[in-house]
Design a protein around this ligand. Sequence first.
Ligand SMILES: CC(C)(COP(=O)(O)OP(=O)(O)OC[C@H]1O[C@@H](n2cnc3c(N)ncnc32)[C@H](O)[C@@H]1OP(=O)(O)O)[C@@H](O)C(=O)NCCC(=O)NCCS
Length: 184
Amino acid sequence: MKKLKLIYVSIEKMDKKQGEAVEKFRRVCFGNVPPKEIKEHSVAKNFGRVFVYLDDTIIGGASLFETSVNYCKIKIHLGGMGGVCVLPELRHKGIGSKIVRYALKILKEKDYDVAIHSVDLKDKIYGLYEKLGFKFLKQKVTFTDIHGNKIELDGVMLAPLKFKDIYENIINNDKTFHWGKGYW
Ligand SMILES: CC(C)(COP(=O)(O)OP(=O)(O)OC[C@H]1O[C@@H](n2cnc3c(N)ncnc32)[C@H](O)[C@@H]1OP(=O)(O)O)[C@@H](O)C(=O)NCCC(=O)NCCS
């Protein structure tokens, strides 16, 4: 029987095969995202990656991001996953959920306060994230693009990590939440 394994790798330690897999995921899973959007909006810091191996083959993964924001006079360390991807022929077997669950575990270990994630509401993929503890922010959410323009963003979800109080403070608030420079 083939063996599934999930690993976390910091960006500096990625090997050639992992780099090639990231390129493949961009093509296969996110080929429909306009390059302008990637260049101007996806500018947050990507510190590591999760890879899923089926025996020796990489079949899925995600990027892990971080940033810090001030919200209601509290400094909050935001962590999160972006670019969650499973190769098409292996979808609907629970691998995407495993990636998100594993990414949340890594973010918790790294002491981020909350996990944040944006979804395309057209795809209805948010069901997967809701199942794993994410909830939609109801207040207005903004981010800044590379030109310094403040842009409003829909479909932003939040999940608690170690401490529930910071999560509760954001999720139950109606003040505009500013994500900072870029989003994921
Ligand atoms: C999203 C993705 C990672 C899910 O991977 P997966 O291994 O199929 O995920 P799981 O098997 O754990 O969960 C699938 C469940 O998630 C939900 N789901 C996943 N994709 C969905 C979609 N396009 N529309 C609606 N629900 C979806 C469903 O509840 C689905 O249940 P089902 O398998 O019984 O239909 C995969 O579809 C993918 O790589 N998509 C392209 C890239 C992408 O959109 N990434 C997410 C960015 S937010």
